[in-house]
Design a protein around this ligand. Structure first.
Ligand SMILES: [Zn+2]
Length: 55
């Protein structure tokens, strides 16, 4: 899996689990919130203007 570069033990750590709200595997166990939709951090959906596509 890791070629050449030492993994430093980071690869074994589970950081993300499946989010209950958005279904993405983006729920951080250590931070207790989803990085995809913001579940656990705020009641609103995570939204940023720079993510919005301009037509
Ligand atoms: Zn989510």
């Amino acid at each position: 899996m890791v070629k050449g570069t030492p993994s430093m033990g980071k690869k074994n750590k589970v950081i993300f689990i499946r989010c209950r709200r958005c279904g993405h595997v983006s729920y951080r166990i250590d931070k207790k919130y989803c990085t995809h939709c913001g579940y656990g951090r705020s009641k609103k959906l995570r939204k940023y203007n720079w993510r919005r596509k301009k037509k």
